[in-house]
Design a protein around this ligand. Sequence first.
Ligand SMILES: *Cc1c(COP(=O)(O)O)cnc(C)c1O
Length: 393
Amino acid sequence: MSKQNPRVPGRHFLQIPGPSNVPDQVLRAMARPTIDHRSAEFAQLTHRVLKNLGRVFQTEEPVLLFPSSGTGAWEASLVNTLSPGDRVLAFETGHFATLWKKVAIRLGLEVEWVEGDWRHGVDLEALETKLAQDADQRLKAVLIVHSETSTGALSDIEGARRILDATGHPALLMVDTISSLASVDYRHDEWGVDVTVCCSQKGLMLPPGLGMTAASEKARAASESASLPRSYWDWGPVLKMNRKGFFPYTPPTNLLYGMDEALDMLLDEGLEAVFARHRRLAEATRAAVTAWGLENCCLDPDGLTDSLTAVWMPDGHDADELRKVILDRFDMSLGTGLGKVKGRVFRIGHLGDMNDLMLAGTLSGVEMGLALAKVPHQKGGIAAALDYLSGSE
Ligand SMILES: *Cc1c(COP(=O)(O)O)cnc(C)c1O
């Protein structure tokens, strides 16, 4: 498939934190003939996919799919539940939180923005203070990015719910789980989340192209009176048609074949095992980073996501130069620094269809790259990671 000349032998290492590697089994499932999207066979596919997707979101509520990127699901979350001029509370955890905020502003919402340093998750004390100050309950929603893919910080959603409950604040809780769902434990129902936003190309092991949302009863009730303009993103017709197994437009049939297969794979492995595998790969990566003498972008050791590791570069060294050396020499793509941490951070994706030896290869590429790019570091990252992997289950 590569148009590179001369040919690069072997497999490209796609170790960005999404799109993640798509398993051959999923690619094969997608290479089947497209069927009539108004047929009984299609309705069965829809019902099966939506039921299994609910198990991955850990919800009994409906999950909606849109042919879109994650950004589309962000927009859907806002236009379905809010009205012009409504106020929402959001936290500057990093690049993705900032982008979601920008969507809200462009849609005509007012955003109460809690600034952050891009090296921590959501500050729950700040959440508590903001809610307590909002005596006349002008805040209609709280927006949180669970796993901030630009920094590697994981925010405490259960804790956020507890604070909303303790303050008795009725704001909707909206969570972006784009780089956590199917990688890090996440419970839409148990944690009382109103709107969960996700998309296909990260933990779900699919190509880009599907946005998805789980919506609580409270969120669906809010959509009855919400008055932001909406057409394509309107949940109403989707929920209605989905009940019969169909969509109000032509759905991406072959992506749904892939999703059907990917969900089977995840549920066969078992969600607990999937989360434990991501934890193991993340711990091994952290062991390597520590042994190299480098720092994580996220400074809270208890607040790291298991789906990727964002590594902070020593002063005076450019992360993108290191990434270029690694790509040119070893045919491996690592995630670039985004927004405010451009050049300061490179990101190792270890989410989705990953195992020990894929991680060992990935970390080897990083360690060799650090030497070639003359980035100050200590040897022994690989050894530390392998010790961890061979010593833990
Ligand atoms: C990847 C990502 C997005 C953006 O998704 P797109 O499909 O590129 O629109 C949003 N939020 C988080 C946390 C992400 O990791």
